[in-house]
Design a protein around this ligand. Structure first.
Ligand code: CP
Length: 312
């Protein structure tokens, strides 16, 4: 594997999860692999988990790590070819990407969706710009469309916690005061479609995700019906995809409560707004897996970086 851009870059999800769980038992077992090599983490948006877990994973593999908050510290980048750069942008992606690749062996990038221009967001200008203009591997630390490191961590968590041959897993939309991207829900869906599970997506009408991603996944508009007999409930807000980037419904009744969760395990990628997305009683209960999901971010990043290093 050269790049890790989406869940589709995983050739065998079950093998990767098994390998990641093995790494978790002894995180320093491949410490020599990254010796003498450097990874550069470029953040165009904020982060807590992705920044620290990816850095930790790299250190576990013996990599040197350089981190840059590109969004606040770097030059404003231009992505269009042939542009007269007499406006706000100072540096073209062509030079920036080539320059970065001289200083490191792997580059990892976080660049969220704008939620104002669907076409540009779906073109993944930052991620694809780096991929096009560097010769080094590129890792997606959450882009406009996907968050495959999160989804791989979620697959590890599900594997650790599941006791059934075919568990029922529900992805439930929740209210949020701000318009949020689709990346987490997209990658979780793509990951679940690779699992032997009864997978159901539930959300108010108008919040359908990109049908090219959900494919033939079951969609149930009645949240109560969707949650019946659930083993795992993954809660996440996202903005409308059809009315792109808009908050079209903030129905508080969609918040996850202890009563609605029943006996299921609760999952969320974090950060989460308490008592808006999910009530305290869920997050503070032993049914919540959110801290373990965050812990598994290290091992999802580590298995990805290990596979890239083995191919360098
Ligand atoms: N889940 C996740 O990606 O967390 P951060 O935004 O804090 O990195």
């Amino acid at each position: 594997m050269k790049h890790y851009i989406s869940i589709q870059d995983i050739d065998s999800l079950s093998e990767w999860v098994k390998d990641a769980r093995n790494l978790k038992t002894n995180p320093l077992q491949s410490k020599g692999l990254g010796q003498g090599k450097t990874i550069c983490l470029l953040f165009f948006n904020n982060s807590l988990r992705t920044r620290l877990s990816t850095q930790k994973a790299a250190m576990n593999l013996g990599l040197e790590v350089m981190v840059m908050n590109f969004g606040s510290e770097g030059w404003a980048l231009e992505y269009e070819d042939g542009t007269v750069m007499d406006q706000g942008t100072s540096e073209h992606i062509k030079e920036a990407a080539q320059v970065v690749s001289q200083f490191c062996d792997i580059v990892a990038i976080r660049a969220f969706a704008s939620l104002t221009d669907k076409e540009k967001d779906e073109a993944e200008l930052v991620l694809n710009g780096f991929k096009k203009h560097t010769s080094i591997p590129v890792v997606n630390m959450e882009s406009s469309i996907g968050h495959p490191l999160q989804a791989l961590a979620d697959a590890i968590t599900l594997d650790e916690q599941n006791t059934k041959a075919k568990p029922k897993v529900v992805l439930s939309w929740a209210p949020h005061p701000k318009a949020l991207p689709h990346a987490v829900a997209n990658s979780f869906t793509e990951m679940m479609l690779k699992q032997n599970a009864d997978f159901v997506i539930t959300h108010p009408k108008g919040y359908e995700l990109n049908p090219e991603i959900t494919k033939d996944a079951k969609i149930e508009y009645d949240q109560f019906k969707a949650l019946e007999n659930a083993d795992f409930v993954y809660v996440k807000n996202w903005s409308s995809y059809t009315d792109y980037g808009k908050v079209i419904n903030q129905d508080k009744n969609w918040m996850m409560t202890k009563e609605k969760l029943g006996n299921a395990k609760f999952m969320h990628c974090l950060p989460v707004r308490r008592n808006v997305v999910v009530e305290d009683a869920v997050l503070d209960s032993n049914q919540s897996l959110v801290i373990e999901q965050a812990n598994n971010r290290t091992y999802s990043a580590q298995i990805v970086l290990k596979k890239i290093l083995e191919n360098l």
